[in-house]
Design a protein around this ligand. Structure first.
Ligand SMILES: [Zn+2]
Ligand SMILES: [Zn+2]
Length: 62
């Protein structure tokens, strides 16, 4: 039984998601983005937690 909780940051620089293993991407979206030249672009994995992190980081007005 795997009881490890996600505690490592996603390997995508612009992603706020947590993953179970370091140097791991939370999704194929992050893996594909990080392989491109615009790896610093905002994450598009679509995870709710990540979206919250992005919103806070950008400080967009509500
Ligand atoms: Zn993400
Ligand atoms: Zn990610």
């Amino acid at each position: 039984m795997n009881t490890a909780l996600p505690s490592e940051p996603c390997a995508h620089p612009g992603c706020g998601c947590k993953v179970s293993n370091a140097q791991t991407f939370c999704s194929d979206q992050c893996r594909e983005q990080a392989a491109k030249t615009d790896a610093d672009a905002e994450c598009a994995c679509g995870h709710s937690d990540c979206i919250v992190e992005e919103a806070l980081r950008r400080g967009e007005p509500d």
